[in-house]
Design a protein around this ligand. Structure first.
Ligand code: PD2
Ligand code: ZN
Length: 298
């Protein structure tokens, strides 16, 4: 099978193989997985699978009694039609975020990452910390088994959530973000503030909700999948505390007022958006995170 930039064609041999695997009892999902592992682009693999099985059913009559189940493309292979994105033209140097000019410090295409300079002023960073500090509690993460919340040993920070639009400061920052990432303000979760003391970290994880987890359908009722994340640095730890993307060896420095944006068009590791907060070695770290959903987050 072809991989990389080679043209990938659906040969009669491939069709036969797909049908054989399926008749042998392998699920459509495992057949897709096998194809993706040897280099097939997932969209093409899904199309080949669907097409081959449709043709097989047609040849066998109405499809009844052939042992071939209808193909449903798994959620984690389905890319969304539209994503939050930062428009990088006409100038990389200066993005118009409405009430503020923001700089682009670096971009990466896979994973899609944009590092931003000067998204927040020093005063805004201080004000966010001051408003969050009295409301901090040990961070919980969404429990994908049930859709509830739980203490997570991989996340040793303290955190809180602002409600969307809860103060003038929060509204101002939310409007700036919505404009910058071209995404409706209503599709954003309330901003989360995290505080990491010395030794605290956030082990590598994905921010999307795993479609295979039983609690995910419940979580998705509130606005659908997460599609993008914006982590804003509110202070500067004296040592450590970068945001890391282990799949690509990228580390973003936690510089006050700067931010890292990344997006994921499907809930799959294929997006390469595995990321974490490196341990704080000296000092403390404060960040604000904005997650962007498919639809209005209620
Ligand atoms: O604080 C960070 O650098 C960080 C790293 C990974 C934050 C998040 N994830 C998050 O809030 O999702
Ligand atoms: Zn994260």
């Amino acid at each position: 099978m072809a991989g990389g930039t080679m043209v990938q064609t659906i040969t009669p041999e491939l069709r036969r193989w797909i049908v054989e695997q399926t008749v042998a009892g392998f699920s459509p999902e495992s057949v897709l997985d096998a194809m993706v592992k040897v280099g097939w682009r997932q969209e093409l693999a899904a199309a080949a699978l669907e097409d081959s099985l449709r043709e097989h059913r047609r040849q066998r009559g109405d499809g009844r009694g052939t042992g071939v189940a209808p193909v449903v493309v798994p959620a984690r292979f389905q890319a969304v039609a539209r994503l939050p994105e930062i428009s990088l033209s006409p100038s990389l140097l200066c993005l118009d975020a409405g009430d503020r000019q923001v700089r682009v410090l670096a971009t990466l295409s896979l994973p899609r990452v944009v590092v931003l300079g000067g998204l927040l002023s020093d005063e805004e960073c201080e004000a966010l910390i001051a408003a969050a500090r009295p409301r901090l509690a040990r961070s919980l993460t969404v429990q994908t088994q049930t859709g509830g919340e739980e203490l997570n040993p991989d996340r040793t920070s303290n955190g809180m959530f602002f409600t969307r639009g809860e103060s003038e400061l929060v509204r101002r920052i939310e409007a700036r973000i919505a404009r910058l990432v071209n995404w409706p303000l209503e599709n954003g979760e309330g901003m989360q503030v995290l505080n990491y003391p010395v030794g605290a970290e956030y082990k590598p994880h994905y921010d999307y909700f795993d479609p295979a987890e039983p609690g995910t359908p419940t979580i998705l009722q509130r606005g659908g999948q997460r599609l993008a994340t914006l982590v804003m640095y509110l202070n500067e730890p004296a040592e450590g505390g970068g945001t890391i993307f282990p799949d690509v060896g990228l580390e973003v420095a936690p510089q006050r007022g700067n931010a890292v944006f990344f997006s994921y068009d499907k809930p799959s590791p294929i997006t390469r958006t595995l990321h974490g907060g490196a341990p704080v070695v000296q000092g403390e770290k404060w960040v604000a995170t904005k997650w962007l959903r498919e639809r209005e987050f209620i």
